[in-house]
Design a protein around this ligand. Sequence first.
Ligand SMILES: NC(=O)c1ccc[n+]([C@@H]2O[C@H](COP(=O)([O-])OP(=O)(O)OC[C@H]3O[C@@H](n4cnc5c(N)ncnc54)[C@H](O)[C@@H]3O)[C@@H](O)[C@H]2O)c1
Length: 312
Amino acid sequence: MKKKFNVLLVGFGYWGPILARNIQSNLHFNIHSICDSNSYNLSKAKNIYPNSICYSSFKESLENSKIDIVIISTPTNTHYKFTKMALLKKKHVLCEKPLSLKLKEVKFLISLSKKNKKFLFVDYPFIYSESVSFIKNIIAKKKLGKALIYESIREKAPYRKDTNVIWDLGIHDFSIIQYLTNLTPKKFNITLSRTKKNYKSDFATLNLFYKNDFSAFIKLNWASPIKIRLIKIYFEKGLLIYNENEDIYKISIYEKTSKGFKHQLPLVYFNETLQLFINYIGNTLLNNNLKDFNFNFSLNLTKTISKITKNE
Ligand SMILES: NC(=O)c1ccc[n+]([C@@H]2O[C@H](COP(=O)([O-])OP(=O)(O)OC[C@H]3O[C@@H](n4cnc5c(N)ncnc54)[C@H](O)[C@@H]3O)[C@@H](O)[C@H]2O)c1
């Protein structure tokens, strides 16, 4: 049997268990150990993964020489420190988004991963989604003509104290736009507001202007009781709607005709995006081809968002 990569998962709060389920069901990986400083969350982890070794201290958990990759799903303000510690121990790392709010820290982590010949993955799940790949193909083949306007509404998510809603939810739109177009905004207007004391800004609107007459309008908030993950892309010859919350037909196309619009519901396969991403990581570790690895994706994304938010 092929060797499985041993994972140390750090952080078993909201997102950690979702990562754990996808890691454990993937043929490349074994959850070797789990670390969480919260004893209740750690006991839940032990209950679901009884064969894993449990730690309350990250420093201690890193000492285990059997670990191949450290997966970090703790709050953002720990990401830089934990990623650096893991890379210094010569482990591969998958860190949750955002890797850091500071460009110089992201640059440092990338240089450290290159120096130690270790992969540094960041979880921008949408760029591995079959729906987003489908849209990329529509754009590349100009099936609906030129893409003109990207509109996105992303509502409802846990409140956070260490990142605002742009770094937390907006990062998904920035990752999708960067992946689809390879463009960075030339001009922008943003608004940020706060509905709860002691938390970062939870409501944002963004107008972004790119070259080639392409622009984006993004509305984000944590406060809404209704979960919305809706993207509309206006093209010269029609409109594409991507509703992540739909179970089957996530993509819907309205193509302009001489008589009005022709509605199409293409069948896009919908494997769980996180499973596709974890599988990509497994294959990348197996092939071990660092030369072709795109370290710049996180760097460019951090450059764009830190310029726009001015590190709010
Ligand atoms: N990629 C996505 O779509 C997506 C979705 C949700 C969350 N996230 C990201 O996942 C990360 C975690 O978010 P969450 O909602 O699960 O947060 P959370 O607060 O629910 O969970 C964080 C966990 O980390 C533990 N922790 C905190 N400090 C620690 C330390 N020093 N050592 C060990 N454990 C520690 C906490 O006890 C908690 O169990 C964030 O960076 C968030 O942005 C990503």
